[in-house]
Ligand binder design. Structure first.
Ligand code: KG4
Ligand code: ZN
Length: 367
């Protein structure tokens, strides 16, 4: 399936082509220095993975290889541009499923080399992190809640490439909590959108579930206890009760995840204010696939209002993985005059703040 989120068409200097291939979407965009998405095309292999209950890395890599050339061509066509109009090529170089990352990286390097333009090796997490600068033009610094299928982190974004991680997950990511909850109920993959749809007919709080780490005095997350409690409760029901109460389970799981995110974010807001007292316009950005969830957005809007933070939520189409966010990070590095060497090696693990200590109970640092 190919989708397009074209907003404007504009030719001119400083156009960056961005390539995203770190998971199951082959997504390409052209973004101008003036924050315009000139063209944006995505081919997704999600439907193929759905039959396997999750993304199969080998299949994803092969699909990227199969689709990427066509998606790049379609993106250029959408913008009515040719390769000679491109001023730089950016691609996700990690973290992510390494087969797909290699496909995108090698293509970007080959294009940059053939066109004699700079190459930008982009951290996928920085793509999510800076999306609000593309969509809303917000200034540094800001507090970021990054919630995706692989990551759940709270970070202070101080500037381009300059991050302080306040917290991360001790086990599962928030997206995994949605995906695993959906799997327990046989809703298929990805679980987040399915849970959200089902939750609309359910009553939140109808099923009593634990809000993880609700009174912790730090910014770290944990979702494995919630996942286990949810699975035990649901699996203990009769088949008839499962049918009757599925929507209540979806709404209650969604509610517990949103509440857990809001409580840790509140703590991070206090840390942000203590660390940066001189910042008068305090901003909270939410990014990543789970930021597409309406209940999460609503709960964080409520929190932001009570804490006098401005909440910035990118449009839902740019919360999940996309080429525009990668092109935009390339654009920011392009404007800073920092490019990447052509021998930059793809990285399956690539933390935004590699000096951050691990969360309690975890010996190894996460990407
Ligand atoms: O950022 P993303 O597209 O890919 C990663 O980098 O991981 O995030 C994918 C995750 C999946 O776990 C998916 O279930 C979740 O985001 N997700 C949602 C929604 N849309 C996507 N979770 C809750 N509600 C949604 N509407
Ligand atoms: Zn992502």
């Amino acid at each position: 399936m190919t989708s397009s989120t074209r907003q404007h068409r504009k030719t001119g200097p400083h156009i960056i082509l961005g390539i995203e291939t770190s998971c199951d979407d082959t997504s390409v965009a052209l973004v101008s220095a003036e924050r315009q998405i000139l063209a944006h095309q995505t081919a997704s292999s999600a439907q193929i993975h759905a039959t396997h209950g999750g993304v199969v890395p080998e299949i994803a890599a092969r699909e990227h290889l199969h689709s990427l050339h066509g998606v790049i061509t379609a993106t250029l066509k959408e913008a009515a541009l040719s390769v000679s109009d491109i001023d730089g090529v950016a691609a996700t170089a990690g973290p992510g499923l390494i087969g797909g990352v290699i496909v995108g990286t090698m293509t970007a390097k080959a294009m940059a080399s053939a066109l004699s333009v700079p190459y930008y090796a982009v951290n996928h997490l920085e793509g999510h992190a800076l999306t609000a600068r593309l969509t809303d033009g917000i200034s540094y610094p800001f507090l970021l809640l990054l919630v995706s299928g692989g990551h759940t982190q709270l970070l202070i974004v101080k500037g381009l490439g300059d991050y302080e991680r306040l917290g991360t997950t001790m086990d599962d990511a928030a997206g995994e909590a949605f995906d695993k909850g959906a799997a327990v109920m046989g809703l298929g993959y990805p679980g987040g959108p399915a849970i959200q749809r089902l939750a609309e007919q359910g009553e939140r709080g109808a099923v009593r579930l634990p809000v993880p780490r609700q009174s912790a005095r730090d910014c770290h997350f944990s979702f494995s206890g919630l996942k286990t409690a949810f699975a035990q409760s649901y699996n203990s029901l009769s088949e008839a009760d499962r049918q009757a109460r599925q929507a209540d389970y979806a709404a209650s799981l969604q509610e517990a995840i949103a509440e857990a995110l809001a409580r840790r974010t509140k703590f991070a807001m206090q840390e942000f204010t203590e660390k940066l007292p001189e910042v008068t316009e305090r901003q909270l950005v939410i990014a990543g696939g789970v930021a597409a969830n309406q209940a999460v957005r609503d709960r964080l809007a409520e929190l932001a209002e009570s804490m006098s933070f401005r909440l910035v939520t990118p449009p839902i189409s740019l919360c999940t993985d996309n080429g525009a966010m990668i092109a935009w990070v390339g654009q920011e590095y392009h404007q800073s005059g920092i490019s990447s060497p052509l021998d930059f090696a793809p990285r399956p693990r690539w933390p935004l703040d590699d000096t951050a200590p691990p969360p309690p109970g975890r010996g190894v640092r996460q990407a």
